[in-house]
Design a protein around this ligand. Structure first.
Ligand code: B16
Ligand code: MG
Length: 235
């Protein structure tokens, strides 16, 4: 019996992007709206507290805010507060313009698409479609999966698996770009290669960390991910 040669990992065929913190910094608008709500309720909410809300669903964010204030409310009051915060947030993001797209993002995604890679957006935000419209980049994505479609929050892998399904690509041939630790964990649980966007201290579990997309060559990242992907079942 001859020993079979080790199988090389399949090439990356799709790239899946988180929204807030990867494509655009909407965290500052979430912060303005949560702080306004906290102030109305009689307490303060700091930028450090806001870090805990990144990548977290709207309802879970409210629960964290209330935990910080030591407040316990019934479900109906929580739903009303979340709705009030969202009205302010939607007002703020109504003024978003293409100038707020993070540096290098359109060039990087455009480059991937020219190399034949499919692209998807996978965000916890129920406002993702309006944000993409206001930034003028809806056309950069073959599929959009957001908080309206996915019911389970990251680190559950649902949002990424739905995106891979929409693109018709095996999860292990997908690369994910994420700024939150919970998102990196979700990508790994989906069997995907995870690139952290931001600080290596926060994104310790990522397979690779980049500070941002400016000047980043899509071919180099694809080559790296294709070579290092170890989560394919048949490998
Ligand atoms: P919405 P991402 C997340 O976006 C934000 O990081 C998080 O702070 C926010 O609570 C969540 O979306 C839900 O947003 O209230 O608009 O539905 O990072 O998953 O793109
Ligand atoms: Mg994010």
């Amino acid at each position: 019996m001859t020993a079979s040669a080790p199988k090389s990992p399949p090439a990356i065929e799709a790239a899946i992007f988180d929204l807030d913190g990867v494509i655009v910094d909407t965290a500052k608008y979430h912060y303005m709206a949560w702080k306004r709500l906290a102030n109305e309720l009689g307490f303060d909410f700091s930028p450090e507290d806001n870090e805990r809300l990144k990548g977290v669903s709207r309802m879970r964010s409210l629960e964290i805010l209330l935990e910080i204030a030591g407040l316990r409310l019934d479900e109906q009051s929580k739903a009303e507060l979340a709705e009030r915060k969202n009205r302010w947030y939607v007002e703020y993001i109504g003024r978003l313009s293409p100038s707020e797209i993070l540096p290098g993002v359109p060039e990087f995604i455009g480059g991937l698409r020219r190399l034949g890679v499919k692209t998807a957006l996978a965000s916890a935000s129920k406002n993702a479609p309006i944000i993409l419209e206001n930034l003028g980049i809806t056309r950069l994505f073959d599929a959009v999966v957001d908080g309206n479609t996915a019911s389970r929050a990251k680190p559950d892998p649902e949002v990424f698996l739905l995106a891979a399904g929409r693109l018709g690509v095996d999860p292990c041939q997908c690369i994910v770009f994420e700024d939150a630790a919970a998102g990196v964990e979700a990508a790994h649980r989906a069997g995907m290669y995870a690139v952290g966007v931001g600080s290596p201290e926060v994104l310790r579990q990522a397979d690779h960390v980049i500070p941002g997309f400016a000047g980043l060559d899509p071919a180099v990242i694809l080559e790296l991910a294709s070579r290092r992907q170890t989560r394919c079942r048949a490998q």
